[in-house]
Design a binder for this molecule. Sequence first.
Ligand code: NAD
Ligand code: TYD
Length: 355
Amino acid sequence: MSERVSVLVTGGAGFIGSNFIHYILDRYPQYIIINLDKLTYAGNLNNLKDVSGNSNYYFVKGDISNYELVNYIFEVFQPRYVVNFAAESHVDRSIEDPGIFLRTNILGTQVLLDVAKKHWYRANNWRNGVKFIQISTDEVYGSLGPEGFFTEKTPLDPHSPYSASKASADFIVKSYFDTFKMPINITRCSNNYGPYQFPEKLIPLMINNALNHKELPVYGDGKQVRDWLYVEDHCRAIDLVMQKGKLGEVYNIGGHNEKENIYIVKKIIELLRKMTGDVKINESLIKHVKDRPGHDRRYAIDPSKIEKELHWKPEVNFDRGIVKTVSWYLNNIAWVRNVTNGEYRNYYKRMYEWR
Ligand code: NAD
Ligand code: TYD
């Protein structure tokens, strides 16, 4: 009989975490998943409705900063892996209110590390096979000009409160490796897209606004570049890092899919008009609005390390991924209504004074 393996997934009710839980439960019948999630505005149990009855899946509502709760989870489930997705994840919100970003992304990570260390480190030895995987972001590297790519050796130079909090967490995770030899990996991925992404981020926000014939707010000239990674490709990469990543290492994960924001918005309009036949969905909805303060111009990842060492490569190219994503949102309008509390909400107008 194969060995039972417990994985503590934090932030599993969010976008990438819920895709990761689906991915793992599909592939590994011997794995037990414990999903610890605070259910902030971004966390939604509807993302996991289809696995809620799975006897290998447990949900715990709570905060990663709650030492006693995390300790209790370790006592009961003795996880072999911790995969830390839990975070405040939206740059725009971090400009409005940095405090919660520091509390969750930095202090929460430290609590997870401390509890893991308490349970995994006995008599000067780390328990066999355990590992802490920190899900980080390419945004810790800062911004690129038109040339070049982020490698794992690029110095960290975060610009937003969000990316600064993620960079801080990365340094703390690294310090547990350097100081205590704690088995860790850090992954730094580019912008993800796909099902279950909260409609405040570029792609789902534009889809939701266009379907409601609302303005499509493009920050500044719209020529900022992001490197888009289909979420399932990302989940496969995290799984490989979890199983085979060399201890203490950082792995960059990117999609080889650099696109300007304005290209993405026009592509969404084109696809939605084709799929719905709605002629009101057209480029006149695009509105160039005031730029985000401190807006990073270009992100681009060099993923050659994970490609060489772990034989990973992205499989979903942008043309296919964006069709899958737009179709998913069209088929799941009820999900969008649910996460936005039943009605269309113009998040961008409601929230940010800088616009
Ligand atoms: P998300 O905002 O969709 O989900 C975050 C989840 O964490 C939510 O379910 C939320 O309820 C939960 N959470 C927040 N604070 C918590 C706390 N204190 N305790 C427990 N749970 C808490 O985020 P996402 O897009 O799925 O991102 C997941 C991770 O990947 C984050 O760490 C993010 O920094 C990183 N990342 C995301 C992207 C992207 O494109 N989405 C890119 C690079 C890195
Ligand atoms: P976002 O999805 O917030 O991700 P990140 O800031 O982490 O890269 O934004 C992606 C890009 O799209 C970024 O350059 C900002 C831009 N953007 C807009 O132009 N309009 C919007 O309404 C949003 C949410 C983002």
